[in-house]
Each structure stands twice: as structure tokens, then as C-alpha cells.
Design a protein around this ligand. Structure first.
Ligand SMILES: [Zn+2]
Length: 292
């Protein structure tokens, strides 16, 4: 494994003698990039890290080309957790919260009455969204519930979070076979993993430590990268959604239109000519827009 994979990677594996598959994930550098430019309180940061682990684990189970979005939303102090991951093992995310957030790891305290939506956007395919209420205290348990209800696939997830790194494990029954006792046996073994071990050991060591009596087939680890994917051009195009009169008013007052990417905090500025050009290229007539 190269240096990057040692810090930010996902590794799939299969049990040779059970109809169960799994994935191990470890993140650190990408998490630093995820929170750069944001001032997240510690409990928010922790839930965001766990969401990043979970979303990357889920994207890897789907085996599709496109984007998976996990969004949890509530009226509580932690308002929104949002992570997007794609099949190229890139992800980005953002959280919204009140200034003061309780020192808690309990989702029901941080996000009372929350709902979680999982949205799958296959490239060139139809968008699919599943929404479930978050009745359980941890993100992992709520995702397990989601799989039990919507996919009817036995799934267990363990998420571990330190100051600047995080690691996670997923076990999932194979859809075509029913090996309940095997799944239960492997889940019991995985339950013995401690936070210290999860955060300090590499995947081979962890998997050997847990499952040395159950032969495993390991797949090549894949590097995971933080990547926002925003650009000056995409931000400029998004101005097309704003009435032109409103943009002209802003430019008259401020001399420019300023935008901050809500994910990576990159700052974009556009002047009157930029705005005029993007509207001209879109085929919309500025003159007729302003008089409407
Ligand atoms: Zn961005």
C-alpha cells in the first residue's frame, strides 16, 4: 500500500465460508480537508466524520456509477449533516448547526425528530431516494434500520471516531443467500473491536485480529479522496437560477456578486461582465428578463 492508502482507504472483503461480505474504511487526511475552513463544534465534527465513514461504506456496497448522498435533517441544534460520495471514491460534505451544541454523541439529543435521506443518483439513470426517521441514538444503528426496512439486507456497521481520524467496519449478508447464523457469528466477533484498535491498526491487522478463524478473501484497497468538485464555472452557472434584476441590483450596490461554496468554502466573485456573459450564453435575453 502506498502512503495515501495507509491513511485514507476502503477495503472490501468476502468470507470464504459464509455468505457475508464486508468493508473496512479508514480516513484521516480527507477528514482534515472536510472540516478545513469550518468551525465545527466537537460533537458536530464527530457526527460529520461518522457520516463520512458511513456514506463511503454505503457507496462501496452499491457498485454503481454515480453519486450517493446521505442527508440527516432535524429541528435540533445539529440541523443538517450532509455527505456526498461517488464511485470514484471521492466525497465532500457539510454540517449546519446552532452556535451552541450539547456535548453529546446521541443523535436523539443533537438531532431530535431527525429524518435521514439516502439519495442515489446513477450517472444517466433515475434518481432514487429513501427516507427514514432516526429513532436510534447512533448513526450506525439508524443506517442498519434503513437496510433492514428498505433493502431487507442484514447489515451491521461499526463507526469509530478520534480527534483527527476515523475508521469503520461494515458487514452485510449477501442478498442471494441466507446465512443468518454465519452473519450473527461474524457480528459477535466484530463487536469485540475496541476504538483504540480501530483507530491505530491497519485493515489487515484488524481483520486478522477479528476473523482469523474465518478465511477471508481480501480485495485491493482503494484510496479515498476529499474532493468538492465545485468550480468557478459551476458557480457562475448557478446564477442563472437567480432573477437577473436581483443580480444587477447586487452588482450596482457591491460592484460584484460574491459566492462561497458551502462545502469547501472557496470564494467566488463575479462582475457585471461575467454575469452578462453567462446569461447571454444560456440563450436568455437579459433585456426581456429585466422587463418581465
Ligand atoms: Zn467547493
Amino acid at each position: 500500500m502506498n502512503d495515501i492508502r495507509e491513511t485514507d482507504y476502503i477495503q472490501r472483503f468476502l468470507f470464504e465460508e459464509h455468505a457475508v461480505r464486508g468493508q473496512w474504511i479508514a480516513l484521516s487526511n480527507s477528514l482534515k480537508e472536510l472540516v478545513a475552513g469550518h468551525e465545527y463544534p466537537a460533537p458536530v465534527k464527530k457526527q460529520l466524520f461518522k457520516s463520512a465513514l458511513a456514506t463511503n461504506l454505503l457507496a462501496e456496497t452499491l457498485k454503481f456509477e454515480g453519486r450517493l448522498t446521505l442527508q440527516a435533517q432535524s429541528g435540533g441544534d445539529l440541523k443538517i449533516l450532509l455527505i456526498q460520495a461517488n464511485h470514484e471514491h471521492e466525497f465532500r460534505g457539510v454540517a449546519r448547526h446552532n452556535d451552541i451544541v450539547p456535548e453529546s454523541e446521541d443523535i436523539k439529543t443533537l438531532m431530535p425528530g431527525a429524518q435521514m435521506a439516502l439519495t442515489i443518483e446513477p450517472e444517466g439513470g433515475r434518481r432514487y431516494q429513501g427516507i427514514v426517521p432516526m429513532h436510534k441514538p447512533s448513526l450506525a444503528e439508524n443506517i442498519e434500520d434503513y437496510f433492514a426496512q428498505s433493502e431487507q439486507l442484514a447489515t451491521r456497521i461499526w463507526l469509530f471516531c478520534g480527534e483527527d481520524k476515523a475508521a469503520g467496519l461494515l458487514l452485510q449478508a449477501m442478498p442471494e443467500e441466507n446465512d443468518e447464523s454465519g452473519f450473527e457469528h461474524l457480528s459477535q466477533l466484530a463487536n469485540t473491536l475496541s476504538q483504540d484498535e480501530a483507530l491505530s491498526l491497519d485493515s489487515n491487522t484488524v481483520l486478522h485480529r477479528l476473523f482469523h478463524q474465518d478465511p477471508l478473501r481480501l480485495f485491493e484497497p482503494k484510496t479515498i479522496n476529499y474532493r468538492c468538485g465545485c468550480s468557478r464555472q459551476k458557480s457562475l452557472n448557478s446564477l442563472l437560477l437567480v432573477p437577473i434584476a436581483e443580480l444587477e441590483e447586487i452588482i450596482e450596490k457591491e460592484g460584484k456578486v460574491s459566492m462561497n461554496c458551502e462545502f469547501c468554502q472557496t470564494h467566488y466573485e463575479f462582475d457585471a461582465i461575467d454575469v452578462e456573459q453567462v446569461f447571454a450564453n444560456s440563450g436568455r435575453d437579459m433585456q426581456s428578463d429585466t422587463t418581465q
